[in-house]
Design a protein around this ligand. Structure first.
Ligand SMILES: [Zn+2]
Length: 152
């Protein structure tokens, strides 16, 4: 039996490989690269070729060329999970308010700060929506306010 921690894609270092999961297997599973039986399994996928493998951390380095520390592996998977969750919230917002989402995206792309450290306001709003800081019940009001005060 194996335990799946999570399955979002996270880039391994600067390589073409994504880490798609960290699993533990009580019975052990055969490494996809060497003959060893592993308890700690790293699922990796090449973004370019689509090749998928399950390897140990040592072979992860041999396959991807990147020394992946266990803590770093856990961290990039967590970050990818947060990113995926935020993208899902943004997709919900865009489905409910397509014109507002398109306006924010366009404003984010067109943003030029009036002074060097000026924050990208539409990006800030998108970020707040995506990470749930702006609750769903405020979405419409927040965008009314944005449309009223934005510099077009
Ligand atoms: Zn191996």
């Amino acid at each position: 039996m194996s335990t799946q921690l999570s399955t979002p894609a996270a880039q391994i270092g600067t390589t073409d490989w994504n880490l798609t999961g960290i699993r533990t297997s009580r019975a052990g599973e055969r490494c996809g690269h060497c003959p060893r039986t592993l308890k700690n399994l790293y699922d990796v996928e090449n973004r370019v070729t689509g090749q998928k493998m399950t390897v140990g951390r040592g072979c992860c380095k041999k396959v991807t060329g990147w020394t992946l520390a266990a803590a770093e592996a856990a961290r990039i998977l967590r970050a990818a999970a947060i990113e995926a969750r935020q993208a899902a919230v943004w997709a919900e917002f865009a489905a409910e308010h397509p014109k507002d989402a398109a306006l924010l995206e366009a404003d984010i792309a067109a943003w030029r700060p009036a002074w060097p450290s000026q924050a990208n306001r539409p990006a800030h709003i998108k970020n707040n929506i995506s990470r749930g800081a702006t609750p769903r019940s405020w979405w419409a009001g927040c965008m009314r306010e944005y449309r009223r005060t934005r510099c077009a």
